[in-house]
Design a protein around this ligand. Structure first.
Ligand SMILES: [Fe+2]
Length: 296
């Protein structure tokens, strides 16, 4: 069989490993001929492996093609790709684009009174966070779609994404928009926004506890080095983990006063390097596999 070099994200389940995977002292970690499945793929990503050599398994390729069709409809794939490209070019999310893949749910959620009032205030005050919040709501919704969320959960994850940075309305604008590197003290102030946000949403009857916790925990990291509480992976709720991926992807692909945006494919690579320590590997794998299918 022919050996093919494959990016770890685009290798397919059923591919057969064509080489031993060893650590930096030469100790065998995964044997040649191991069949790639979800767990092996996650393990390789966690280990920071970028490329592997595989033998192509034609039978499993056929099965995988069928699975792909079931995974996500072609129509949605095309719309998502178009939107990813538009947003990464700095264009505003159009409600129509978000509605097309959610049967109008996106518009319904952003028009709920609590969210609508927040977005209206934000539009006046801080145009970057306004655009970022809508984008993160959209990317969260896309990930919810990949995860086959129910209608209810889709609504919840859109809310979590749109509201995740609500605490920033309490942070001075001069800090949020500062071009120069933030001092340690200034960064500590920015880091208060999840707690400030939770304080704003905690008494809102129209917002569920799960969404409130996503606001509070979207900067926690899998290895416990995040903030505000330094929670580890098993203690971080699903919506917060999804918001973290969507948040970082949008921040990387958008221009800021202090940094230039990068392309979606470059952002996918950076996200991949954050697997395990920062971001949840399983969710990241689902996001990247589907996003890669849009691009390649
Ligand atoms: Fe944030």
């Amino acid at each position: 069989m022919v050996k093919n070099k494959r990016d770890i994200v685009t290798c397919e389940y059923g591919d057969i490993l064509a080489e031993n995977i060893v650590d930096n002292v030469g100790q065998l970690l995964i044997k040649e001929s191991t069949i790639i499945d979800k767990n092996i793929k996650m393990k390789l990503m966690e280990m920071g492996v970028q490329y592997i050599y595989v033998y192509k398994n034609q039978e499993s390729e056929k099965e995988e093609k069928i699975m792909k069709i079931n995974d996500i409809y072609e129509k949605d794939r095309v719309i998502i790709k178009k939107t990813f490209e538009r947003l990464s070019q700095g264009k505003m999310l159009e409600t129509r684009e978000a509605n097309e893949i959610s049967d109008g749910l996106f518009e319904k959620i952003v028009n709920e009174p609590f969210i609508n009032n927040y977005l209206t205030d934000l539009y006046e005050r801080d145009s970057y966070t306004y655009i970022h919040s809508l984008n993160v709501g959209y990317y969260c919704m896309v990930l919810g779609k990949y995860l086959k969320f129910s209608h209810y959960n889709m609504g919840e994850i859109i809310k979590a994404g749109v509201l995740h940075d609500i605490g920033k309305i309490k942070i001075p604008l001069k800090l949020l928009n500062k071009k120069e590197k933030l001092s340690k003290e200034e960064f500590e102030i920015i880091k208060l926004h999840p707690l400030l946000g939770y304080d704003i949403v905690k008494n809102a009857d129209s917002i569920s506890e799960d969404v409130k916790l996503a606001v509070l925990m979207h900067h926690e990291k899998e290895n416990g080095s995040g903030y505000p509480n330094g929670l580890k992976g098993q203690d971080i709720p699903l919506y917060a983990k999804i918001c973290a991926i969507a948040d970082i992807y949008d921040a990387l692909t958008t221009n800021r006063a202090y940094k230039k945006k990068i392309t979606p494919t470059h952002a996918f690579k950076i996200l991949r390097s954050m697997a395990g320590d920062h971001l949840n590997v399983e969710l990241l794998l689902i996001f990247l596999e589907n996003a890669y299918r849009c691009y390649f």
